[in-house]
Design a binder for this molecule. Sequence first.
Ligand code: LRH
Ligand code: MN
Length: 430
Amino acid sequence: MSYRIPEAFVGEENAKLAAALAEDYAALGSRLARRGVDIATVTEKVAAFAVAVPTWGVGTGGTRFARFPGPGEPRSVFDKLEDCATIHQLTRATPTCSPHIPWDKVSDYRELLGRAKALGVGFDAVNSNTFQDAPGQRLSYKFGSLTHSEKAVRDQAVAHNVECIEIGAKLGSKALTVWVADGSNFPGQSNLNRAFDWYLESMSEVYARLPDDWRVFLEHKLHEPAFYSTVISDWGSSLMAAQALGPKADCLVDLGHHAPNVNIEQIVARLIRAGRLAGFHFNDSNYGDDDLDTGSADPFRLFRVFNELVDASARGAANFNPAYMIDQSHNVTDPIESLMVSAMEVQRAYAQALLVDRAALEAAQAENDAMGAHCLFKAAFVADVSPILMQARSRAGGAIDPIAVYRASKYRAHKAKERPAVQGSSSGIV
Ligand code: LRH
Ligand code: MN
């Protein structure tokens, strides 16, 4: 029988922290009440907020230089589901995981769905993969996939995406995420316009196979692995494609897919305005697509993004239904700890954005009171909302301190015994 953290153990650990939490929560409640904010309302909203974890994120990640697998590495999607369920058990913030095909391919998807249900997790958007050549694949994606110069390769990539839709349908997913690495490394290597035509031609075939209640998320990325041109390199190309394909196509924002210092929250505001914001791949970065833990490098940026989301929901923006997912690579930490902290940091940014006094901010903006507006904005960011996050978790049966409970449970040591060390590849993101 594979080890699960006993619910009673979580309760015992929470009991040690309950009195301090009650005190801190009450203190924060009276401080917020002075600002006309009802802490119970914020806590309910935070408790209802969910973010999906990437199945590929519970294994140790790596770079092109090396990957250093840790103890108890998941060996299959079944092991990955266990770890995803443990993240949700302790944070109560991640009820779904986002699968990646072919990394999560199995022979019996009913068995996989059954196991997920037994573990209390579901499946979010399914991710296709035409950025690697799968074992036994007939034609290579070395020079592209949906935009390859050869029709046969484009057809193969379309067929793969259609297969992902069929797999996702068996797992209860309602969306397909398409990120293509297609691009070039040399000026002149590809025709920039024809590549975009082929993208639309191929994606319209994929789009035609979407079930009525499905969406397709187009993920843009500035560069890597292509280092001169990338076919869907920015939100403009993504929005042009989504508008050309149809109402089921929206634009997904991976926070690490932009040039340094780009104002990502303004891109989010524009996509919301266009009614085409698919959602997010949350992570953080200092230089490129670093896939660092969400909120670990620039939590203020994450807050600024959530401010746009809360503002959009407050003004009833049309077609506003973003999907929230994490997409990170955990090269030096226990992936479960990183994903738990990241899920909590996403909740933190949301809670802080709920504290922005929008009426006062609007008045200060109208009067061009730059400093007044900025201080109002910043006041929400510097508020320590930890008691709200802890309360939301513990009321939902989660851990007040997920990291402490996880470590005290010795879950990783249990998995190291259950999962003999895997001789993993020495490099690569998974
Ligand atoms: C591309 C990306 C994409 C995933 C991959 C693992 O950089 O963000 O979303 O398919 O990472
Ligand atoms: Mn991504």
